[in-house]
Design a binder for this molecule. Structure first.
Ligand code: HEM
Length: 194
């Protein structure tokens, strides 16, 4: 395959909002496009700030940091009442966190980190074992989803992810563009209310 056709193929894949945003070059070494996971630090091992003495891949740490900040922003905003329109969706989780139970929020953090890492080039060290995006966001199949979300909820959620990225030093417009592409590719599965 020529370089041009590989670039065109990558552009088509991203343009079609396919979830996977990396394209591998397997017959020469001149243009292997880095995956989003690689752009976020890849498999370089670094000290895990949350678990002293343990190491973690930088790509996974980047995702986990942004995921945790996103969760904190959503929960805080709901608790202080500034953006109560997400409150109904996250009611089960907010109730738990408000009463000091962070067990399930830790599971959510892990599942979200696994999900993003595994689907953006994180490889075999990052395996997602949660439920699929349609079932996860339907209260009938996931009682932890308070109510179905609509497009406005989704826009607000993306805004929180963007703010969380900034809080964690992820500001490169190319990377932010890739993240938005990934999030937008999931909209039709997650948005289930008019
Ligand atoms: C931006 C794209 C989004 C992604 C990639 C995403 C991904 C996920 C994942 C991976 C889970 C965990 C599923 C499991 O544990 O098996 C989850 C759960 C959930 N999501 Fe989303 N989500 C997104 C947007 C939203 C939006 C817009 C809302 C609501 C407005 C929402 C509300 C929830 C709730 C309430 C849960 C259950 C939390 C829990 O189990 O404690 N998500 N989501």
């Amino acid at each position: 395959m020529t370089k041009f056709s590989k670039i065109a193929l990558c552009a088509m894949v991203i343009g079609a909002s396919t979830f996977f945003v990396s394209c591998n070059d397997d017959d020469d070494n001149t243009m292997a496009a880095p995956s989003l996971y690689q752009k976020l630090g890849g498999t370089t091992m670094v000290a895990d700030p949350n678990n002293p003495g343990q190491m973690i891949e930088q790509g996974r740490l980047s995702y986990r940091s942004v995921v945790d900040s996103t969760i904190t922003l959503i929960v805080t905003d709901i608790v202080v009442g500034a953006n109560g329109n997400l409150g109904a969706h996250f009611a089960p989780i907010v109730g738990e966190v408000s009463s000091g139970n962070t067990t399930n929020v830790a599971v959510l953090s892990k599942n979200l980190t696994d999900f993003f890492s595994a689907n953006t080039g994180g490889g075999a060290t990052n395996t997602y074992s949660g439920i699929n995006m349609i079932d996860a966001h339907n209260p009938a199949t996931n009682p932890r989803m308070g109510t179905k979300s609509n497009n406005a909820n989704y826009d607000k959620f993306i805004g929180y992810v963007g703010a969380a990225a900034g809080l964690n030093g992820v500001t490169d417009p190319v990377i932010i563009g890739d993240v938005v592409t990934v999030l937008e590719s999931l909209r039709t599965q997650i948005v289930q209310a008019p």
